[in-house]
Write a protein that binds this ligand. Structure first.
Ligand SMILES: NC(=O)c1ccc[n+]([C@@H]2O[C@H](COP(=O)([O-])OP(=O)(O)OC[C@H]3O[C@@H](n4cnc5c(N)ncnc54)[C@H](OP(=O)(O)O)[C@@H]3O)[C@@H](O)[C@H]2O)c1
Length: 281
């Protein structure tokens, strides 16, 4: 499995398993165990997914040494307050049955209090509860500048929506300048048929005797994205990890570049839109 070196010299696998939507604890536990067996060594979790207990159970059952698995979780906006952030990290560690997270991400810059939360995340690094810290959903240069100017510990990753219909060219340039890695959520566009049945991608998949999803995931790896596709289907889990020996050539990459629509699929839930302190951009 390809790994990348983060700006704090910690190695992170480039391909892992996403766990959002794995709501059934038994299914989540089985997915994590099966993924580890297939070779996955990166697990993306969050308290918001309500499945950290199930992931913890799987981690307690596997024979794979803890230090070989890279585990990510997040600080969510309801825990941004100074008095709550550290407690939420400790609760996450308890649910996951581990002593230390490899990566802790701040969920969003759109909710007031994120800077307090970041300071507590830095404290968690000092306390050895967390090895690396990063963010999610920082899409704009000014947000990243604001973060970098107040951070004592540099963010290693920005986890954002990214797939062939939303390729994040502008953001990618900014992140390269700041030495922050792009991690793609919705790497398969949340499984939307517009993307995973796209005819241009189908032609490329046919040319390489592979599937559209494998082409999409290979594209991510070739442009340098860390990816966390989610699946509860063992065949998909296996195919998403073993992408095959093919490489996308410049002509394939040009065709995929032409698919960029520069807009997101994810819609902010109405309940969150109503929060008065949500900054809409
Ligand atoms: N930080 C954030 O704000 C944020 C937001 C959203 C997501 N995330 C993270 O990113 C992860 C990935 O996002 P996501 O789960 O929403 O979307 P995704 O990984 O882009 O897509 C998942 C969908 O694709 C399908 N799929 C997976 N592999 C497939 C294959 N080989 N062939 C056909 N269909 C396939 C899955 O169905 P099957 O189960 O049937 O395979 C599922 O419906 C999440 O699980 C979560 O860890 C983070």
């Amino acid at each position: 499995m390809d790994t990348i070196l983060l700006n704090n010299n910690i190695e992170m696998p480039m391909l892992g398993i996403g766990t959002k939507g794995l709501n059934d604890p038994d299914i989540c536990e089985q997915v994590v165990l099966y993924s580890l067996k297939e070779g996955y060594r990166l697990i993306d979790s969050a308290p918001l997914y309500h499945n950290e207990n199930a992931i913890g159970l799987a981690l307690s059952e596997t024979d794979i040494p803890r230090e070989d698995i890279f585990i990510t979780s997040k600080v969510i906006p309801t825990s941004y307050h100074k008095s709550l952030a550290l407690k939420s990290i400790e609760k996450t560690l308890n649910r996951l049955r581990i002593d230390q997270l490899d990566l802790l991400l701040l969920q969003s810059p759109l909710i007031e209090g994120w800077k307090n939360a970041w300071k507590m995340m830095e404290k968690a690094v000092d306390m050895h509860l967390v090895r690396s810290i990063g963010v999610c959903n920082f899409y704009f240069d000014d947000q990243i500048d604001e973060l970098c100017s107040m951070a004592n510990i540099a963010p290693v990753v920005d986890q954002v929506e990214c797939h062939p219909f939303f390729q994040q060219h502008r953001l990618r340039k900014k992140l390269i300048m700041e030495n922050i890695r792009l991690e793609a959520w919705y790497p398969l566009g949340h499984g939307t048929s517009f993307l995973i049945n796209n005819t241009i991608l189908m032609d490329i998949a046919t040319k390489h005797h592979t599937t559209i999803c494998q082409v999409i995931l290979k594209w991510h790896i070739q442009v340098g994205n860390i990816i966390i596709p989610r699946s509860s289907n063992p065949y998909h889990i296996q195919r998403n990890f073993h992408l095959g020996n093919f490489s996308l050539d410049p002509e394939d990459m040009k065709k995929i570049a032409s698919l960029d629509m520069g807009c997101n699929f994810y819609r902010v839930p109405k309940a969150i839109q109503k929060l008065q302190y949500l900054v809409v951009r």
